[in-house]
Design a protein around this ligand. Structure first.
Ligand code: DAT
Ligand code: MG
Length: 140
């Protein structure tokens, strides 16, 4: 048994397009459990911590600006190998290249803007998941 927790975000583009329920539906249909759920407009300081690995990259500031531009749904999900499993549900980072059947592949596309609006975030490792869950849901 490798029960894991992962931090999932429905990004501002997903919220604005009314896709939050669809993302949560896919998570539940896969068999993962919702452990925590909150809608909030994230603060810039928090996003700097969340995206610390990307600090200094050309897309970092536009990414933080985009992510703080509106409501985000943060969720902690739980299930067997759900970190890798949710990354598979999400699909590749670039929604144009993401496989059909995935969230980004089915629902995302390139909007011709600096920041890729790719609907969701999912933790990429157990270490990232622990760090990110502590940022979004301290004490959980
Ligand atoms: P992922 O969200 O698939 O884990 P990531 O961690 O490499 O991807 O990047 C975080 C986010 O930053 C990603 O969801 C969209 C944005 N991003 C990544 N690479 C980018 C690029 N080359 N240009 C613009 N935005 C980018
Ligand atoms: Mg990432």
């Amino acid at each position: 048994m490798t029960t894991e927790r992962s931090l999932v975000l429905v990004k501002p583009d997903g919220h604005a397009r009314g896709l939050t329920g669809e993302v949560l539906r896919r998570i539940e249909a896969k068999g993962y459990t919702l452990v925590a759920l909150e809608v909030r407009v994230p603060e810039v300081e928090m996003l700097h911590r969340h995206y610390a690995e990307h600090e200094g990259k050309p897309f970092f500031e536009p990414l933080v600006e985009f992510m703080s531009s509106g409501p985000v749904t943060a969720a902690v999900i739980e299930g067997e190998r759900c970190i890798e499993g949710f990354r598979a549900l999400a699909g590749a980072t670039d929604p144009t290249a993401a496989a059909p059947g995935s969230i980004r592949g089915d629902l995302g596309r390139d909007w011709g803007e600096k920041v890729q609006k790719n609907i969701v975030h999912g933790s990429d490792s157990p270490e990232s998941a622990a760090r990110e869950i502590d940022i979004w849901f301290p004490g959980l």
